[in-house]
Design a binder for this molecule. Structure first.
Ligand SMILES: [Zn+2]
Length: 455
């Protein structure tokens, strides 16, 4: 098990980005008992606390809140995202279903671990993960992640329904650091009756719910009564009510609530946009996945102007090359340059809030994480440059890996540079005959990734 840092310490860096207020040059944070106590200029915090608490200094670095990725499929982290030559969404989803069916329990656990390593390297500490059987819940808990694990429901026939819903209900009992949620997969993979039951379960247990909605033209055609491009969904198709749009369909089941995360929402009409804004549901926008699966482009400018709530996520590694939310921002910034009439040009701090505070709010974690403010959990990510930093956002949105990641004031991930930094900053705390590395991390440290907790 990883050793612990002192309970109280100070983190200092060239830039601190609190998200809820402007960037602080030569900033610092005071951490006590896993919480943020103060955020401000390093000279102010050092003058009031110098000598009383240990300090960790990260030169040429930017400190942000631990990043939030509200839509991942960690189960899929070992499936190659190119899935060998698929053409369009229909082929991709058929290949996916087949690959997922053949996955063993052990492969699924390995995939989750690989995904977690990618998330930590990217500086992510809070996720909204869709899990086929709940495997990621225990592993994410061991690595001290925060967020929601949404247990997926796929139910194509009435015969499958009773057992699958019972399974889901049983799994949702009990909570730890992570919250449990429900993920009825989509309008075309869950029969209406099971969708109704999942919606009721979510309301009665106050469980967050995630739903892939209005992702592809195929889904829109399906709800109009066509199974073109889909196989094995005839039974489901027959059980559908009268033809409708994806957003109206979700609304009939009471799924458009402020606690629901609607994933994608690419295929939206004017009236869909108005309804989503009115219902205050969160739309989780995954532009790279949408482009790779050739499903179109979300009308983000329109949606934003109408007052819709949204954040950014990567989706799983079967449809994108990385789980780094900063890569999603870089892609979105490029879109806003290339398609200015459809896509908004936001300020850098607004992009950052889409992968921190807004994503945390969408997951129901906004009062604990997502910004650097006194009283919030000391969940931080540190990013380091090889040269002096003129613009912290330029460094952030350049696929820069994390140097250090802290959760509740404890290091969860340290790159080699991060280990050196923490060791040298805290060296004076340790007696000369013992190596500080062992004291901080224990002998079993895995060089870069710290061991998970055993709890
Ligand atoms: Zn998804």
């Amino acid at each position: 098990m990883a050793g612990a840092l002192p309970l109280n310490f100070l983190v200092q860096a060239d830039w601190v980005l609190p998200v809820t207020r402007p960037p602080i040059v030569d900033g610092a944070l005071l951490i006590a008992n896993g919480r943020i106590v103060a955020v401000g200029l390093a000279k102010d915090l050092l003058s009031s606390h110098s000598g009383s608490v240990p300090q960790i200094h990260f030169p040429r670095s930017v400190v942000t809140p631990g990043l939030v990725n509200p839509h991942t499929h960690l189960d899929n982290s070992l499936l190659p995202y190119r899935l060998k030559g698929y053409r369009g969404f229909e082929e991709w989803i058929t290949l996916m279903a087949d690959a997922v069916r053949r996955q063993t329990d052990q492969e699924r656990a390995q995939a989750v671990l690989k995904g977690i390593q990618s998330l930590l390297k990217a500086g992510v500490t809070c996720v909204g993960d869709i899990s086929r059987d709940g495997t990621s819940f225990d592993i994410l808990t061991r690595y001290r992640f925060k967020g929601v694990v949404f247990r997926e429901l796929i139910c194509l026939t009435k015969e499958q329904m009773t057992n699958r819903l019972k399974d889901l209900e049983h799994w949702c009992q009990g909570q730890r650091t992570l919250v449990r949620g429900l993920a009825p997969h989509s309008p075309y993979t869950v029969i209406p009756e099971a969708l109704r039951q999942a919606s009721l379960l979510s309301r009665s247990r106050r469980l967050p719910l995630s739903f892939h909605l209005a992702e592809s033209p195929m889904e829109r055609r399906f709800l109009k009564g066509s199974s073109q491009g889909l196989t094995g969904l005839q039974t489901l198709l027959k059980s559908l009510p009268s033809p409708t749009s994806p957003v109206d369909y979700a609304d009939r089941f009471g799924l458009l609530t402020p606690q629901t995360l609607l994933i994608h929402c690419v295929q939206l009409t004017e009236s869909d946009i108005r309804l989503l804004a009115q219902r205050r549901s969160w739309v989780v926008h995954c532009p790279r996945s949408n482009q790779n699966l050739q499903v179109g482009m979300m009308p983000l400018s329109h949606f934003r102007t109408a007052g819709g709530r949204f954040c950014l996520a990567t989706d799983g590694l079967a449809s994108v090359p990385s789980l780094d939310p900063k890569d999603e921002v870089a892609f979105a910034v490029a879109l806003s340059r290339n398609r200015p009439s459809q896509y908004p040009a936001l300020a850098p701090h607004q992009w950052l809030s889409l992968i921190t505070l807004k994503a945390a709010q969408a997951l129901g974690w906004g009062n604990r994480v997502g910004s650097l403010e006194p009283g919030k959990d000391a969940d931080l990510a540190v990013f380091t440059s090889s040269v002096a930093i003129a613009d912290p956002y330029e460094l952030l949105f350049s696929s820069c890996p994390a140097t250090a990641v802290f959760v509740d004031g404890q290091p969860i991930y340290l790159s080699e540079d991060g280990q050196e930094r923490v060791k040298s900053s805290l060296n004076h705390l340790f007696s000369p005959h013992r190596r500080p590395t062992e004291q901080i991390f224990g002998n079993e440290r895995e060089e870069i990734f710290l061991s998970p907790t055993t709890g």
